[in-house]
Design a binder for this molecule. Structure first.
Ligand SMILES: Cc1ncc(COP(=O)(O)O)c(C=O)c1O
Length: 436
């Protein structure tokens, strides 16, 4: 038990500096910790999981099929494909888009590295377009200036659960014949002018990682599209480049197997499918398993409730933090139904008279409220710089309006009114303490 507890906190072998929590062994007494779990589980998930244990197979079964169907219906799309996580989802999509060496993809710098990583994996170059200083989403006006004759696609991220300004983005894509991927890792339940995340671009990708608005046992993802041509390719990239024989197949080219009298293959024939590349792209095993899908189905049924609680929390914090000099609460775009995946505030050093880091230190150590920073601009990372020599301050707004000022407060659907009041109180106190 002790070993497990230690490994959940700070461990030298942890993945990317964190394991399964943000707890620190530094003696600070927290009033409101930043939780690593973004949802609510109850007897429904327990029941669903136990039922899967009794299924004959825990993969490629009914739960995944039903989860996909139910997700597609809930998100107003024709097709949905469950994946092992959002990164594998976006990788499969990058293959489907045919991104290859020398291609450019315009992408926001204000995201988890996964959004750029999948472009790099296929040999493409992430071209960073700056963000809007209020929403922290990619700025459509910045996109157009980045287009060259090598540009193939635009990858947008609905930061924090508030969707990007999709109308101008889709108009630019149409004008220049570009594909659009919506990274919806934060945006389950979000809408833009009444349209759902993942239903506007050519393809959407969702994450069900532990922190997200809905979760499937720690990892999980979903690809959405309305495009039949892409749907077929997505499935092949997701599962081993598998191509099913058409029912009209009248001959069997390899293995010397015969068709039966009704023109069917015998069930024991080892190749019920063919394997074909897609323009040189080969498939993967990016499947979700049955237990994850069964939990995903229950989470989907709870999604309105989960988002409702996040929104209540977000609006309550916005109200409580109004008028604190030097602290800017979350901006809500009237075109958007904000899912409040994150609750981001900005510290204005010129007004507060202290830096964001000074403020956060007091907020954490003296007020017991655990803020977290999300996302330095992706072009900061050594590997990316080495490959493409990005300059240090490539995107001014991502640097000055986001990276230097932002912090995320605890946000999940389990927060109580007492937690929210302690957060508001803690912010007020910390601001007064550091004010010069
Ligand atoms: C914006 C964004 N995109 C992609 C991902 C990757 O998701 P996953 O962990 O499911 O691969 C994350 C995960 O945190 C994310 O925040």
């Amino acid at each position: 038990m002790k070993e497990e507890k230690d490994l959940m906190t700070k461990d030298p072998e942890s993945e990317g500096g964190i394991t399964s929590g943000y707890q620190m062994n530094d003696g600070v007494k927290l009033k409101v910790p930043y939780s690593f779990f973004g949802s609510i589980y109850d007897q429904e998930e327990e029941k669903a999981l136990l039922a899967v244990l009794k299924q004959e197979s825990q993969t490629m079964g009914p739960q995944v099929t039903l989860f996909q169907r139910e997700f597609a219906k809930a998100f107003d799309v024709k097709h949905a494909f469950a994946t092992s996580n959002c990164t594998t989802a976006m990788h499969a999509v990058t293959q489907v888009f045919g991104i290859k060496e020398g291609d450019e993809v315009i992408v926001t710098p204000n995201t988890f590295i996964a959004t750029s990583l999948v472009i790099l994996k296929e040999g493409g170059k992430p071209v960073f377009a700056d963000i809007d200083p209020k929403t922290f989403n990619i700025d459509p006006a910045q996109i157009e200036s980045k287009i060259t004759d090598r540009t193939k696609a635009i990858y947008v991220v609905h930061y924090g659960g508030q969707m990007c300004d999709m109308d101008p983005i889709m108009a630019i894509a149409k004008k220049h014949n570009l594909l659009v991927l919506e990274d919806c890792a934060h945006a389950h339940g979000a809408t833009y002018k009444g349209r759902k995340a993942g239903s506007i671009g050519d393809i959407g990708c969702f994450s069900f990682h532990s922190l997200k608005n809905m979760v499937t046992l720690g990892e999980g993802g979903m690809i959405t599209t309305n495009n039949d041509y892409f749907a077929d390719k997505i499935n092949r990239m997701r599962v081993m480049s598998i191509t099913h024989w058409s029912p009209e197949q009248t001959h069997w080219e390899f293995g010397g197997h015969q068709l039966d009298k009704k023109n069917n293959l015998d069930y024991w024939v080892p190749s019920h499918f063919d394997v074909i590349d897609d323009d040189g792209k080969w498939g993967n095993n990016y499947r979700m398993n049955e237990a994850q899908a069964a939990v995903g189905r229950t989470q989907l049924r709870k999604l309105d409730m989960l988002i409702g609680k996040r929104r209540e929390n977000g609006h309550y914090l916005n109200e409580g933090l109004k008028g604190i000099k030097g602290i800017t609460p979350t901006f809500v775009d009237p075109n958007c139904f904000h899912a409040f995946h994150l609750y981001t505030i900005c510290v204005e050093p010129e007004i507060l008279g202290a830096s964001r880091d000074e403020f956060m230190r007091v907020l954490y150590q003296e007020e017991g409220i655990q803020g977290i920073l999300h996302y330095q601009p992706s072009y900061h990372f050594t590997g990316l710089k080495k490959k493409y020599n990005y300059p240090d301050k490539l995107c001014k707004n991502a640097e000055d309006f986001f990276y230097a000022r932002q912090l995320n407060l605890p946000m999940n659907p389990r927060l109580t009114k007492e937690d929210l009041d302690m957060m508001i109180e803690g912010i007020k106190n910390a601001a007064n303490k550091v004010r010069k």
